[in-house]
Design a protein around this ligand. Sequence first.
Ligand SMILES: Nc1ncnc2c1ncn2[C@@H]1O[C@H](COP(=O)(O)OP(=O)(O)OP(=O)(O)O)[C@@H](O)[C@H]1O
Ligand SMILES: [Mg+2]
Length: 586
Amino acid sequence: MSTFLDDLSHRLDFSSCGEEGSSSDNSSDDCTFRFQSPRILSPRILSPRILSPRILSPRIRSPRIRSPRIRSPKIGSPRIGSPSSACRTPKVQRHRSRNNTICSPSQCTSPIPYASWRKLRLCDSPSTPKSLLTKSSQPCSSTKICRPPRTLRFASATAANHIKTLLVNVNPFTPDTVRRNSEPQWRNCGRSDDDYGRRMKHSLTSSEEDDEAFLPPKRRAVQAFMLSRYESEFLELECIGVGEFGAVYKCVKRLDGCLYAIKRSRRPLAGSTNEQLALKEVYAHAVLGHHPHVVRYYSAWAEEDCMIIQNEYCNGGSLSDAIVLKEEQGELFTEDELKDLLLQVSMGLKYIHSSGLVHLDIKPSNIFICQRPSTSASGEGESEEEDYQNASAGVVYKIGDLGHVNSTNSPQVEEGDSRFLASEVLQEDYSQLPKADIFALGLTILLAAGAPPLPQNGTEWHSLRNGELPKLPKEPSAPFRGLLQLLLDPDLTKRPSARELCKHPVLREGRTGKVAARLRQELNVEKFRTAMLERELQEARQAALSPKQNLLPGLKLAAKVGSLPRAQRLIGGKAPRSMSFGCTGY
Ligand SMILES: Nc1ncnc2c1ncn2[C@@H]1O[C@H](COP(=O)(O)OP(=O)(O)OP(=O)(O)O)[C@@H](O)[C@H]1O
Ligand SMILES: [Mg+2]
């Protein structure tokens, strides 16, 4: 090590760029040319890499145009829905101009390109003393390396801070309390610290641009290929759905061997309205975390201008598929199944709503089904939902497609599918958006119950919103029908909340019975096990106290092999040898 350092100190000669160096001799290139092993201490090692702003820059949405959406139901619409206003912000420049960082050929007379020169310079590393930097940034001789003014390369700490801010997406769904704590941290860090600007400069210029300057074109192609995370991490098995946003593929992750649903945008997204929808979906998933009745999110990234979202794969497809299948088979969901569906989706909605969000696109094609292999209890559930899940009939419904999710308090609503749209949303009354989800859920249940396809507009559309239920192939029980009626009540204050639905007696009665039956069964098993253990414990205690304990060894052996009369055998002789009497586990 010391040999290496000695060798290095021989190779590095800072005499002309050090603090004591003369002003005429401290030009940067002098330092450079004496530096014989530039790669060893390239500033790139010290500078953090930063993701391209293009990928992470938040853009403001513009209205989504969706095929079945209506803007103006023809009859009796009190107010025609107007397209939500589109706000635009200046977009982040995708590529920084090279001219900002590298001298133009006419300016540069040095045989070494500026990019290489930067690589060779050691004194501009983040840990370089400021005095060194000041000297090295002084105007240089025209015969040597010409360096553009520092202001051009990296304007100021404020600009650095601005760019840094742009590199971090603001998740609009982050709860206020969390945001209050964390956002100032990343917004302010580096504000007063010029060091951040320097590091930033290195990241953007030394690393990326120098790479581009140095690497032969061949390398870039190889890099691009190798950087396809989708291809390198996943094996595509089949396309399982095509939607407005893009296509969804069933994939197996090469590393863990598990199945995932990978949602991939169909068209390039950058700058398009779909980009914002995709980001919204990611934001919502990230904030929501994990819930048994919300499709689980694993990861998201941008690739070739497409957004890719890795979600839990639901092996039962969508509820829409299930309804079609039932129709084809001439079957109907039973009332119990419908109640089960309503309860499970309500649990998912309760979770979403309690996070301050609304889904705004509840419909059968956005509810996914996971078929559970068995209904046997898989341990105690941590929550009411998990308890229920353990007892449910092997089908778990999960809310997915969070592309329309909005925050309850400051919504920027883009209506979802017009067939499921509550009239108050059309009238731009956003005061109780969770109730719009409840309305859409009511229609979803009606479809599952065999209602004819929903109208997109017109008389029927309005009839449904006036509380007229469609004719169903099998009339539901009065309490259930009453509940469905409530879900679609034109007066949104009368519609139950998701929380109320989760506790609703009509939905709970059968389910409570199921949970009770499971618990009774588990209790019986436990009782039996406890009784067995108690008996064995008693026998063991008696054996310990019994004078027969002191039998001669020969007698003990005889007792074990059964040559003694039954009454003389050792008590507890049949107790399992591995039993621990000190165990408090039961
Ligand atoms: N996690 C998943 N597991 C299984 N299938 C899925 C999953 N996600 C999506 N799909 C399938 O892909 C289809 C489209 O998915 P998704 O609804 O997320 O996309 P979309 O573009 O928003 O569609 P749409 O505009 O019709 O709502 C679904 O209807 C379903 O068939
Ligand atoms: Mg969808």
